[in-house]
Design a protein. Structure first.
Lengths: 320, 375
């Protein structure tokens, strides 16, 4: 399998309002020098705490946020450098599914209009063809064709998320970013929607970037998992490998925080102290050294390189 | 046979799935909106009253019993005549002289009569009896006394029929409200859209311009513009329209700023929608509520602004009437006590119009919002 999308040195900095008498321009480094690639048909999970830049990464890739620097090579084309109009056309290959199904659907449009909109924009179909396609999409996501005249407020959260998925699938995209797409749903609905994602991947050969803070969800759906902290990549490995053999101290702490349904299990938890530092002024060297139980002097001074510790298992830590 | 063996009628299911279009056509949408609107009794009442008011305004010359400027020869006898007073001319042989009087017989209250010099005398029963028996009425061809009624809204300080003037005034007042608010809405919505959508420096410049315009005292500007050349009703409408849009543009901009951050707008960008589609399909329909409310409020404001101008003699020029200048003519305390009908009826008309617009606006706002469909 070849790489469908290759991201190198992607940065997204949000400039802050310049204060008086402050010489330098401060900015929030939401995504700071992130590189990875996703193979065609693969699901890459992205995990991390709130505010670590997961969502910004997803949005920067499909250019809902303009990347500050770096390249996003999608199918041989650097989409970060496309003009606004070229990107608009390119969007039919890359889609985003939002977190909150209650705000991602226009309350004044019918479901048919919402799902039909991408078709209306990109394809020249007759009204009947479009309607047929919308019905097909509704069936694909497990809704009924007669739902298309209804408004979003008439549906439950899970159904709304299905509508949202149908809209994203309307143009047969090759790459879909799922930005916390199941976090707002009940656990039972979560399972249904995740299964829908996996079915769709099988049927349509999709490639996912699956962003979540829920490790068990990510483990279930992902082929590989990337761990982020303060806008930087900490570790990237195959799903099973990462859970079995986490290398980075941050990943270890993160995995130990996953609750296990066993009241008799006693484990020594690697508890992290303190809060996530400010992304405006991140720590020197390794950004994690302020909370790392294994921090060395070297960690404060030197930024660890993101390197392959074992085959297919990448990490950014001076220990390896 | 059994009442409980209810099944879903198959025709209903067929109806649902056989619809040919996934979104409603324009005609159907209007139908749906009308159905929702018609469930709101107050809104329908508002619309109904407005339709009546505009119809009366259009046909004012046909309906009004007297001309707008009145009839100076007849009116002189009827200054400040209370509503529902029978009045007629009578010629009496009095003190060896023929004298002409106008006799007033209110439905309730003291009858009186006036001579040609406007002197007013209480008409006691003896006088009325004498007038009816011995006096000779000014008669028409059928021999009936010439009555200057009906005047069920009374007469004003020049003896003109208030009802007729209310009708003529409605033409001006209703037009001012409608046209100036139309101009304001058009400019305000476009301005607010552009500022809110593009944001950043464009927004900053545009909003500072709005602040600048808001600093200009509208009323003084109106006075200035009116005093250049002849005051006219069109000038009033244009100036009110050109100064009234700032508030609306702020509403619209604020709505845009908040809606632009909503996920469904981002989703539209994500599927490749152009600016125009995002503005007209996604943001503007969701911003309709405040626009409609601002518009209905604006109608009231415009009618009242015009009355303020008329107060300084810069609005509608006499003898033309507007509700505003009728009201301001009757504002002295003395008048309010002696002839309250002169202030009451124009005030009532403004009140009814503003209220009808507000109810209709509320109903329209709710009818346009599909989330409120079943409530």
């Amino acid at each position: 399998m070849s790489d469908l999308i290759e991201i190198s040195h992607l940065k997204k900095h949000f400039p802050l309002k310049r204060e008086w008498f402050v010489r330098e321009q401060l900015s929030v480094k939401a995504v700071d020098d992130v590189s990875f690639s996703i193979k065609s048909g693969e699901t890459l999970g992205v995990v991390g705490e709130s505010g670590c830049g997961k969502s910004t990464l997803g949005r920067a890739i499909i250019r809902l946020h303009e990347p500050t620097s770096g390249s996003v090579v999608f199918d041989g084309v650097d989409v970060a450098k496309l003009s606004k109009e070229e990107m608009r056309v390119k969007r039919k290959d890359m889609q985003l599914i939002f977190q909150d199904p209650f705000s991602s659907l226009n309350p004044r449009q019918t479901v048919g209009t919402i799902i039909g909109e991408p078709l209306e924009i990109h394809l020249k179909l007759t009204a009947a063809e479009r309607k047929a396609r919308v019905e097909e999409l509704l069936k694909l996501v497990g809704l009924s064709p007669y739902h298309l005249r209804r408004y979003p407020h008439e549906f439950s959260g899970g159904q709304r998320q299905r509508i949202s998925i149908a809209r994203a699938m309307a143009l047969n995209p090759r790459f879909v970013v799922c930005d916390e797409s199941v976090s707002a749903l009940d656990v039972s609905i979560q399972a249904q929607v995740i299964n829908l994602f996996m079915d769709l991947q099988e049927k349509l050969g999709l490639t996912y970037l699956f962003i979540s803070h829920d490790l068990s969800v990510v483990k279930h759906i992902s082929d590989r998992i990337m761990v982020m902290y303060l806008g930087k990549t900490m570790e990237l490995a195959g799903s099973d490998e990462l859970f079995a053999n986490p290398l980075h101290p941050y990943t270890q702490a993160l995995l130990q925080a996953v609750p296990v349904a066993d009241p008799h299990r006693k484990v020594e938890r690697l508890l992290l102290v303190g809060d996530v530092p400010s992304p405006i002024n991140p720590p020197s060297g390794c950004v994690f050294h302020t909370r790392c139980p294994k921090a060395m002097d070297r960690c404060k001074a030197e930024v660890p390189e993101f390197k392959e510790a074992s085959l297919g298992h990448w990490t950014a830590c001076h220990l390896y | 046979m059994s009442k409980h063996s209810a099944s879903v009628p198959s025709s209903a299911v067929a109806e649902l799935s056989e619809s040919t279009e996934y979104s409603d056509t324009f005609g159907k949408k209007v139908g749906v909106i009308w159905r929702r609107f018609s469930k709101n009794a107050l809104a329908v009442a508002g619309l109904f009253i407005l339709v009546i008011l505009y119809t009366l305004a259009v046909f004012a010359p046909l309906i009004a019993p007297y001309p707008e400027a009145g009839d100076p020869n007849a009116d002189i006898f009827m200054i400040d005549l209370p509503p529902n007073t029978a009045s007629y001319r009578v010629i009496l042989f009095d003190d060896e002289d023929f004298k002409s009087y106008v006799v007033f017989e209110p439905v309730r209250g003291q009858a009186y009569y006036r001579d040609v010099d406007q002197n007013r005398y209480p008409a006691d029963a003896a006088f009325l009896a004498k007038a009816k028996a011995g006096g000779s009425y000014l008669q028409d061809e059928q021999g009936n006394p010439v009555l200057f009624t009906p005047n069920f809204m009374g007469r004003d300080e020049l003896g003109r029929d208030v009802f007729s003037r209310i009708l003529y005034a409605s033409r001006i007042s209703l037009t001012i409200g409608f046209v100036s608010v139309g101009i304001s809405i058009l400019i305000g919505v476009v301005w607010g859209c552009v500022a809110g959508y593009y944001g950043g420096i464009i927004d900053n410049i545009m909003m500072r311009i709005v602040d600048g315009i808001m600093c200009i005292p509208t009323f003084l500007l109106l006075v200035t513009v009116m005093s250049i050349g002849r005051p006219s009703i069109f000038k009033v409408m244009v100036v009110l329209g050109l100064t009234g849009w700032t508030g609306i543009s702020r509403f619209v901009r604020a709505e845009f700023l908040s809606l632009m951050k909503r996920d469904f707008v981002e989703a539209a960008k994500c599927v490749g929608a152009k600016d125009r589609r995002i503005i007209f399909r996604h943001v503007l329909p969701n911003a309709m509520g405040p626009i409609i409310v601002a518009a209905t409020m604006g109608v009231a404001g415009a009618i009242l602004s015009e009355s303020g101008l008329s107060f300084f003699g810069l609005g509608v020029q006499p003898p033309a009437a507007s509700w505003g200048n009728m009201l301001t003519n009757a504002q002295e305390l003395n008048t309010m006590i002696r002839a309250p009908w002169k202030a009451f009826y124009p005030g009532l008309m403004i009140f009814i119009t503003v209220l009808s617009y507000n109810f209709m606006g509320d109903g329209l706002r709710d009818a346009l919002d599909p989330r409120l469909k079943n409530s």
